[in-house]
Design a protein around this ligand. Structure first.
Ligand code: SF4
Length: 319
């Protein structure tokens, strides 16, 4: 069950006394958040608007829409970070998951028997239980390390594109444990640190070595890179979500690729989907500067992350 941090929210509402509040959250907890915020809005006398856009991380909150709506406050429930406030109007309110981590840890013991030193990480909803997981593993004979806070990451937290809490302790550990049900996070961690990563899902009790999945993603990225090598007409996508906006990188790539004779088009886009990309029938391959993980998905035409975009530029310059 998810426990929304009502105390922090009420404190904020008493301080700000808003008349109009924009609320955003990940789709998995939308219904719960709607019920929760509707009742709070009645109690504290404000109007609430729910953001009907997907929200995948703290890079993707309601700040812009809050300004557009003339809201006094923008509340994001679900994704957390080391800071409480993002932008002028947006505040992060935590949602803690009370699922017990011990059953899946018990199940993992056999698979972990070949390792002595373990790194532990997770996503926002389980961070408050990380120390209980650590103590359990220590009591079963492991040495356990949790990476220190590294803003915007909290202690032991990872994002799908930021694993700094783990890279900082990687030399001390034989393998990492990621607690959560997101293969996206676990495979990203594997591809970043190149050490064994086990995903422990506390809901299904699945204990999974993520290596196979992570290598499949890496192969997919490489294949797209080689497909893009033949492209003459390229699109560079500038992500317009607040935390994904990298105009300078996009313009830099545009200038460099244009100089070496490519036909390059700059495109601004919020949500990047296959259907939207297919509208650009004249373009053979895309580079997106928004979120490094979008290119893990399937698109009809090659779609490269910013890193691969720079690798492509290097390769073009060689020939
Ligand atoms: S992986 Fe993508 S969606 Fe997740 S925090 Fe990073 S930029 Fe945002």
């Amino acid at each position: 069950m998810l426990d929304i941090d009502k105390d922090s929210l009420v404190k904020l509402l008493k301080e700000k006394k808003p008349k109009l509040v924009l609320v955003s959250c990940p789709s998995g907890i939308l219904v719960k958040c709607m019920a929760f915020m509707t009742s709070i809005a009645k109690e504290y006398g404000f109007k609430v608007v729910f953001l009907g856009e997907p929200c995948y991380g703290t890079c993707d909150l309601g700040e812009y829409n809050a300004h557009l709506l003339g809201a006094d406050l923008s509340i994001h429930i679900g994704h957390s970070a080391s800071m409480k406030k993002v932008g002028e109007l947006t505040y992060l309110i935590e949602a803690f998951d009370d699922v017990n981590l011990i059953p899946v840890l018990e199940k993992a013991l056999l698979k972990l028997k070949d390792y002595k030193r373990l790194g532990l990480c997770t996503i926002g909803p389980h961070i408050h239980k990380l120390d209980s997981a650590k103590n359990f593993l220590i009591s079963n004979g492991f040495e356990v390390f949790i990476g220190d806070e590294n803003p915007p990451l909290k202690r032991g937290q990872i994002f799908g594109c930021n694993f700094a809490t783990c890279t900082n302790i990687s030399s001390k550990v034989d393998a990492f444990i990621f607690i959560g049900s997101s293969r996206f996070h676990a495979s990203g961690l594997y591809n970043c640190i190149e050490k064994p990563v086990y995903m422990l899902d506390p809901y299904t009790l699945e204990v999974l070595s993520i290596e196979k999945e992570a290598l499949r993603i890496r192969k997919h990225q490489l294949l797209n890179f080689y497909r893009a090598l033949d492209a003459k007409d390229l699109g560079i996508i500038i992500g317009t979500k607040e935390g994904q906006f990298k105009k300078d990188d996009a313009f830099h790539l545009y200038n460099e690729l244009s100089q070496i004779g490519k036909n390059v088009f700059l495109i601004a886009m919020g949500e990047i989907t296959n259907d939207k990309l297919n509208e650009f029938q004249n373009i053979e391959a895309f580079i997106e500067t928004a979120c490094p993980r979008i290119s893990d998905d399937h698109f009809d035409k090659p779609l490269l992350s910013l890193d691969y975009g720079y690798k492509l530029l290097e390769q073009f310059k060689k020939y």
